[in-house]
Every structure is written in structure tokens, then in C-alpha cells.
Design a protein around this ligand. Structure first.
Ligand code: SAM
Length: 221
């Protein structure tokens, strides 16, 4: 699997793609998990990090959802080996059948779909939909292709070379085609490091297509 070769250097490669002073990878991951907490509503008991890689976001899911069961799925076994070592309290698998044994209250996925062959987007969205509990929520974070800084980081990132960003409007069409209903969709991560004092303004401008990323919160009913 493609990400096997990046497993050992994943965090370093990601750091190197972000110019100094913008934001740290820890900032991005903690921010997304915090947003997912707000979007998930009632305390989710069972959480899946879809495309968890080496556990960069899973570590904050474990930390911020104390008492919840955390599972991670990825197609890269080498990445999962690192995630398992890092987070023995969570369960990781590359076997979809194992993951599909249970239902989840929250499925979290960060920067994964642009690495999936576009022909398989609906297939994977359908699989995720099947694994959601009736009140469950799928929270997707993706790059915003319109943001110039995102485009720059994307170009610099060694493991994004073959990836194709998906705009928010297109992702909403995919979600609809897969049978999801929208709970929320917003642009996010507007303010790089030097403008961080403005971060509280973000909740008023989620409609503005200039954030570095966007999120979709989807439900299956
Ligand atoms: C850029 S990394 C993101 C990792 C992690 N979510 C994060 O935010 O750091 C993309 C991950 O998606 C995984 N991936 C690619 N295709 C996948 C698929 N069909 N199912 C699950 N994971 C997949 C890759 O193996 C890789 O670990």
C-alpha cells in the first residue's frame, strides 16, 4: 500500500510540507478532534478513525473521548503497526470485515478521501454509512482546493503527489449520492499562525470558501 513507505517518516514529511510559522500538525489534529466533539453531540461510545494512518488524530480521539472505545482502520499495515505501538488503548485493523463487525456513533476521517481512487468514493462512503448507528455522525475533513496556502502545502507534501483534492460542493454531491443527509458543512482553519488571534472569528465565517480545509458532518437517516 502506498502509505507503507511513508509510515516511518509520516509526521516528519507532514511537518516539512508546512512552511515554518503557519501552524503545527498537532494544532491541526487537535483542532479537528475538538470540532468533531462539538459535532458528535451525545457522548459517542464507539468511534472509528477511518484512514487513521500512524494515529496522528487517533491519539487525540483517545485523549478527548475518555471512556469511549476507539477503533482505527487503514489500508497501510506499516502505518497501523506504528499506531498500535503508540496507542495500545485503541484497536486498529486493515481488515474491513473486522471493522464492520460493529456500529459506530462517530466516524471521523481526516485527509483520507483525496487518497482514495475517485471511482471508489461512493463505495467507501456507502460502507461508512452502513456502519453508523442510527443517531451516528460521519465527520469528514478535507483540503479546500481554493485556498492558496493549502495548494502550496499540497504541492510540497511528498505523499500528496498523486492525490486529487475534492472541493466541498463536489463532496456534498458524493455524500448525497451515497445516501447521506447533511448536518453541517463549513470551511475551517482560516487563520495561519501569524493571524491566530483572529481564530475566534472562525465560527462566524464558516460559509466563506477560503478556509484551509472544510468539514462535513453527515448522518445516515
Ligand atoms: C494523509 S494520510 C491521513 C492520515 C490521518 N487521517 C491523519 O490525519 O494524519 C491518508 C491515509 O489514508 C489512508 N488510505 C488511503 N486509502 C484508504 C482507504 N481506501 N481506506 C482507508 N484508508 C485509506 C492511507 O493509507 C493514509 O494512511
Amino acid at each position: 500500500m502506498e502509505f507503507d513507505k511513508y509510515a516511518d517518516s509520516y509526521s516528519e514529511d507532514l511537518k516539512n510540507s508546512i512552511p515554518a510559522g503557519l501552524r503545527t500538525i498537532e494544532y491541526f489534529s487537535t483542532y479537528k478532534v475538538k470540532l468533531a466533539r462539538q459535532l458528535a453531540g451525545n457522548k459517542p461510545k464507539c468511534i472509528l478513525d477511518f484512514g487513521c494512518g500512524v494515529g496522528q488524530c487517533s491519539q487525540y480521539l483517545v485523549r478527548d473521548f475518555a471512556g469511549s472505545q476507539i477503533f482505527g482502520f487503514d489500508v497501510s499495515e506499516e502505518s497501523l503497526a506504528i499506531a498500535r505501538e503508540r496507542l495500545p488503548q485503541a484497536s486498529f485493523s486493515a481488515e474491513w470485515n473486522e471493522i464492520a463487525n460493529r456500529k459506530y456513533d462517530l466516524i471521523f476521517t481526516s485527509n483520507v478521501f483525496h487518497h482514495i481512487d475517485p471511482q471508489d468514493h461512493i463505495l467507501w462512503l456507502g460502507r461508512l454509512k452502513d456502519q453508523l448507528n442510527p443517531d451516528g455522525c460521519l465527520v469528514i475533513f478535507e483540503h479546500n482546493p481554493v485556498n492558496p496556502l493549502t495548494r502550496m502545502v499540497f504541492r510540497r507534501c511528498i505523499f500528496d503527489q498523486d492525490a486529487v483534492m475534492i472541493g466541498q460542493a463536489n463532496f456534498l454531491k458524493l455524500a448525497k449520492a451515497a445516501g447521506f443527509n447533511k448536518r453541517a458543512s463549513k470551511y475551517t482553519l482560516f487563520f495561519p499562525g501569524p493571524l491566530k488571534v483572529l481564530a475566534p472569528l472562525e465560527r462566524f465565517i464558516g460559509w466563506l470558501p477560503l478556509g484551509a480545509q472544510y468539514y462535513l458532518a453527515l448522518k445516515s437517516d
